[in-house]
Design a protein around this ligand. Structure first.
Ligand SMILES: [Zn+2]
Length: 186
């Protein structure tokens, strides 16, 4: 009986030490890896493009995973008129609206990955550089690049590790990324 109790005590102590060891070896980040459940029930013809955009972000980043049909952190809507935009309620949460008229001029996949980029904490950067995703429509309708640059992707990864300021994670609305292209008359 004494021996059994001793073994039990040793086992409990070992477990306690192991728990302490794990805690010391792997301090928890400010925010743990986040699963962002996106919902395409209102995305109309852009549901498949939303899935492609999710894969692009998942392949480019760490600390977050966009996953379909598990909830509604991110709702994606197809709209007509008014412009594509993103409404972030907090980092990884919000709504993305894809305007069919803009998606007929600009690459729908680039619009989708860009707008999701806002939900993931990125601001606009209208410098006309097609290699950047957040340059949006400033790179022109001929720019169809749907991939974040290494710097853009790393910034998102760092945001979800909790290493950037709270302003990147605040509620915000991002509009006017995709200027209308005038059609020549006559
Ligand atoms: Zn934008």
């Amino acid at each position: 009986m004494t021996s059994r109790l001793s073994r039990l005590a040793v086992a409990m102590l070992t477990t306690a030490l192991a728990t302490v060891g794990v805690t010391v070896a792997n301090p928890a980040p400010a925010s743990a890896a986040m699963t962002i459940c996106y919902n395409t029930s209102q995305a109309g013809s852009y549901a498949g493009i939303a899935n492609q955009a999710a894969s692009i972000w998942n392949n480019a980043t760490v600390n977050l995973t966009l996953s379909a049909n598990c909830g509604s952190n991110l709702r994606i809507y197809q709209i007509t008129g008014g412009g594509s935009y993103a409404q972030r309620t907090s980092l990884g949460n919000g709504r993305v609206y894809i305007d069919t008229q803009q998606a007929a001029q600009y690459s729908p996949l680039r619009i989708m990955t860009h707008e999701i980029g806002h939900i993931l904490g990125l601001p606009d950067n209208y410098n006309g550089n097609c290699s950047l995703l957040m340059s949006g429509g400033s790179a022109g309708t001929s720019c169809t690049n749907p991939y974040p640059s290494t710097a853009e992707a790393n910034r998102v990864s760092n945001l979800f590790a909790g290493t950037f300021s709270a302003t990147d994670r605040s509620a915000d609305i991002f509009r006017d990324s995709w200027p209308s292209v005038l059609t020549p008359v006559g």
